[in-house]
Design a protein around this ligand. Sequence first.
Ligand code: ZN
Length: 657
Amino acid sequence: MVFWTCKIRVILTGNYAFWSDQSEEKKSDEETGEKSMEFRLQAEDCLAEQFRLKAELQTCFVIPLLILEFSTANNYFWQRIKSINYQSKEQSMSARLQRRLVQSMCLILVITGFTPAMGQQGQGQVKSPATAKAAAVKPRLVVGIVIDQFRFDYLERFEDQFGPGGFKRFLNSGSVFANANYLHTPTYTACGHATFMSGTTPSMNGIIGNEWFDRESGKRITSVSDSTVKLLGGREGATGMSPGRLIGSTLGDEIKRASMGRSKVVGVSLKDRAAILPVGKRPDGAYWFDANTGNLVSSTYYFKDLPDWVKSFNREMRPDRFFGKKWEKLLPEAAYNRSTADDMAFEKSSVGNKFPYTINGGEEKPGSRFYNQFELSPFANDYLVDFAKTAIVNEKLGTDDDTDLLTISFSSNDLIGHYYGPYSQEVQDVTLRTDRAIAELLSYLDKKIGLDKVVVVLTADHGVAPVPEQVRELGYGGRLEIKPVTDAIESALDKRFEDDKWILSAVNGNIYFDESVIERRKASMHEVEQIACQVIMKQPGMAECLTRTQLMGNNIPDNMIARSVANGFHSSRNGNIILVPLPYYFFGEGVTTTHGSPYSYDTHVPVLFYGWGIGAGTFYDACSPADIAPTLSALLKVEPPSNSTGRVLSEAFRKKK
Ligand SMILES: [Zn+2]
């Protein structure tokens, strides 16, 4: 028998809410301030099946979402709370609320790894059947959230405007890696999403861009295009997508293998690559949005036909509920004074450049133009959360001891960021709305599974450059065109050798030479590369030119740009030349802004963990999103993905005392 008494001091700052899933008890997050509470708990017979807790509540007003301080003792993971007795001096409270308070305290203790004092009895006491079982427990579900185009600084710039249940859960009670940078160039969507659950860079997982030139077929291909599979749920007979070009396994593949296939793995996003690449080779499904039909679709790579639950979700045509809806600012006008004016001239989008935006695609009734516009509204993130909830129910995610994986990638943030830029009111607003969407998802998971049984990781696939007009004071930066560069290379090679068409394709700053022309003109590849790089470095806005020969021979300059390019280089997929612009320059004449560079505005993204097995803290040691998959593998006690090169971020693990 074990007795213990403890005192928990809870200080609340900022927003807080009553712990409740019932609306009548729900006080909102508008109450702010600082409160402290003391609970004295007394428990007996911790180790027995019929564990009982006696709690004496001295003050009972609110239940915290933020736990900043509590006095505690040592290790005992408290899993088996069978019944709870309590007494309260606060007679005016409803019995139900009192019950809630005590349950909440228990949840707090479990979530934070609170451990009743057990004196000097040591770990020997913990080896009862009940606790041995508890020690073996794994999380029931891993939720991997990617926000498409989300810089780390958004968390800091808008922190005071977040609600209590979204980003703040990570920031206050989770592990925050505040100095995580992608190690590869180009920092594009497909590369970031492939890195996310493969634990490595494009040089190893093979996803070197959203698109690249395929020498074998002589065509540009996308990271997930696959002519051997058909689209399901979209236009009849359309070609589908698959993870066929992803090299090696992902976390999802590993947990399925370790559980003899019992673990379920599901990926969802608006974008095909963002749904497909995180969940790897053999998930139970990957689903993305098809703007032709307004459906969530998949491909015959995964199954012969869409699951019934997806068909029935699509039959409801939920995007149509947003037809004609106005996107207005979430907060009062004054809240946006940390962003630029609403209607900057460089903001370009099909919906205009000034709030409020009416999302109808200029159509009378929902059609593909509306669905395209829907994707660039924050409403599409809410729709995706709806779909994720439906997937959780129908795929029975998190219902047993075989850990499942759900990845969800929010794409609208990227589209909005490209059109309006990182300092716009639109990006601020979609960030605040994404916070609420994530809060909704986490609150659902809490009710359905219990957040103490879920581990959540959140990151982004890349950041974004400031709009060139906003960095003019630096004296450089701007939009570049690739055509003058390739023209200059062609004419230099014509001059040195003979007139010909030397370049097959230019994509992602890669220049692919026609090797048959080089052979026919009896030119040496080395010389062709040298001439091309000399030409490139004379162009405006160029920082570095690397050749395939250099990268293959590991003969690159010792600088960050070259290392980043090497991490993004795959020998059978990249071009002969890779050029990198200076900071704040990018290729893309018509866009407001974009990403893709090795610079911090594109590489510095959140890596946040929360939930099962995760402690609280902020860490500034250099790390990368490639560390996420090996970290989760260590937490779940499964092999890391096959090509994993990241490190285990053990700082995130809840400390065992
Ligand atoms: Zn992206």
